[in-house]
Design a protein around this ligand. Structure first.
Ligand code: IMP
Ligand code: MG
Length: 178
């Protein structure tokens, strides 16, 4: 049931998010000046960030999406993810930026980097609005990172708890049973 009054606290406001996305957009625009970029959003968590970021890029931008899910807990540590929807676009020779909501254990992005890297893009970068480095299980870093967050369960701006709260325009932590 929709319960807006969950136990938690706003960590990053709508205004702070907007300012940070603008800064990341300016950095990417500078780094890829004069070149086209393909943004690859990872569904569903990247949706608000992707929508905001693409509008901050003063570049030739195209977008595509992938949908992935991790396998059950028994195999989760292997870092193999299930591809639910793959890209429509070939990557060969392109400047590709993966757009994610958060790097947590890093398993998803480590897998995707290898999986997409095998298609020979010109370059493959990672852009994430949040980073939880204390939870990392594999060595991986974002090239463009919005905010570091502590080890709390986060919702809002695309991040969910049981599919809820993705639409919140701010980032909050939330008390969970997990
Ligand atoms: P990974 O552990 O780095 O592979 O992260 C996999 C996915 O778990 C992320 O893309 C998020 O969708 C989700 N996730 C990780 N931490 C959180 C959180 O604090 N709140 C909501 N989703 C999360
Ligand atoms: Mg995600």
């Amino acid at each position: 049931m929709w319960n807006k009054d969950f136990e938690g606290e706003v960590l990053i406001s709508r205004e702070e998010l907007a300012q940070k996305v603008k800064e990341i957009g300016q950095q990417i625009t500078k780094d890829f000046e004069g070149e086209p970029v393909l943004l690859v959003g990872i569904l569903k968590g990247s949706v608000p960030f992707m929508a905001d970021l693409m509008r901050e890029l003063d570049l030739d931008v195209t977008i595509d999406f992938m949908c992935v899910s991790s396998y059950g807990s028994a195999t989760k540590s292997s870092g193999v993810v299930r591809i639910i929807k793959d890209l429509d676009t070939p990557l060969e020779g392109k400047n590709v930026i993966i757009v994610e909501d958060i790097i947590d254990t890093g398993l998803t992005l480590a897998y995707l980097k290898e999986y997409l890297g095998a298609r020979h893009p010109k370059c493959l970068k990672i852009c994430t609005i949040l980073d939880k480095p204390s939870r990392r299980k594999v060595e991986i870093e974002g090239d463009y990172v919005g905010f570091e967050v502590e080890d709390k369960y986060i919702v809002g701006y695309g991040l969910d708890s049981a599919q809820q709260y993705r639409q919140l325009p701010y980032i909050s932590w939330i008390k969970t049973d997990k």
